[in-house]
Ligand binder design. Structure first.
Ligand code: FPP
Length: 253
């Protein structure tokens, strides 16, 4: 029988059955801003706040990893001022993390093709990587210039190069071996993928890693996504039966 938290706002989240890794598509920032007559950048700013708040919530609950989709390989098609605004928010966030992550015991990792980012952003990322390497505990992962297909192609190219160099044997490749070439190398697969904002698609996010993730969709726009909404997603997850392609588990006699 599960242990139910007294403090938890929903009073229903089973703390013995938490997902280890939650992934989120932070959708609906633009619509949130539009509804208020604000520029889209205000929606992304509010979305970044929601990410900070829910990162702390995950950590306090005992969830090990929170992975968010901050900028996709397709998002470069957006107007330059919107792209610049998101990059600026990330830069601000990185500065904040450099000041606080060691004290708070929070690790940060970036997944994606970071080679096209500005040298300033890359330097800040290097700095947070260095700090993270000295810390244990909760980890936030930010997908940046990330695409699921791009990730698989990038991994396939690297694997092919290692085969050509005689360091790998194509016939001996396993799923586990291939996953070590992905940006997410070493991370457990997400148990739960949350997409707020009303759309019900995967949008090129963690295509390899979400093979057996549970999906939770809702209409709430990301900047309005509260801890209570997060609880609802956790409770929905806890009512799912995960079979990983097998059969229902019989109760132990
Ligand atoms: C999708 O909503 C959101 C994005 C493409 C950007 C998300 C980025 C942030 C929240 C800032 C990242 C910063 C940190 C600190 C992680 P949308 O703009 O497509 O919304 P819409 O569907 O309503 O237009």
């Amino acid at each position: 029988m599960g242990l139910f938290s007294k403090e938890n706002k929903a009073g229903q989240v089973d703390l013995n059955n938490l997902p280890c890794h939650v992934a989120v598509i932070m959708d609906g920032n633009g619509r949130w801003a539009q509804k208020r007559g604000l520029p889209r950048s205000a929606g992304h700013k509010a979305g970044a706040e929601t990410f900070r708040k829910l990162g702390t919530y995950c950590k306090n609950l005992g969830i090990d990893y929170l992975t968010v989709y901050a900028f996709s390989t397709e998002n470069w098609k957006r107007p330059k001022d919107e792209v610049d605004g998101i990059m600026h928010l990330l830069e601000q966030y990185l500065h904040e993390c450099i000041d606080t992550m060691e004290k708070d015991g929070n690790r940060l990792r970036f997944l994606g093709d970071l080679s096209v980012l500005t040298p300033e952003l890359r330097e800040l990322i290097d700095e947070t990587n260095e700090i993270s390497s000295r810390i244990e505990g909760f980890q936030a992962n930010v997908c940046l210039n990330y695409g699921g297909r791009d990730e698989i192609l990038h991994a396939a190219r690297a694997f092919a190069r290692d085969c050509a160099a005689g360091e790998q044997d194509a016939d001996a490749l396993t799923e586990e071996g291939f996953s070590r070439y992905l940006y997410s190398s070493g991370l457990p697969d997400p148990d739960l993928l949350i997409r707020p904002g009303g759309e019900k698609r995967i949008s090129n996010y963690l295509l390899w890693q979400c093979a057996y993730s549970e999906f939770y969709f809702c209409d709430t726009l990301w900047p309005d996504f509260t801890e209570r909404e997060f609880d609802k997603a956790l409770i929905a997850y806890q009512h799912r039966e995960r079979r990983f392609g097998g059969l229902k588990q019989e109760k132990q006699k």
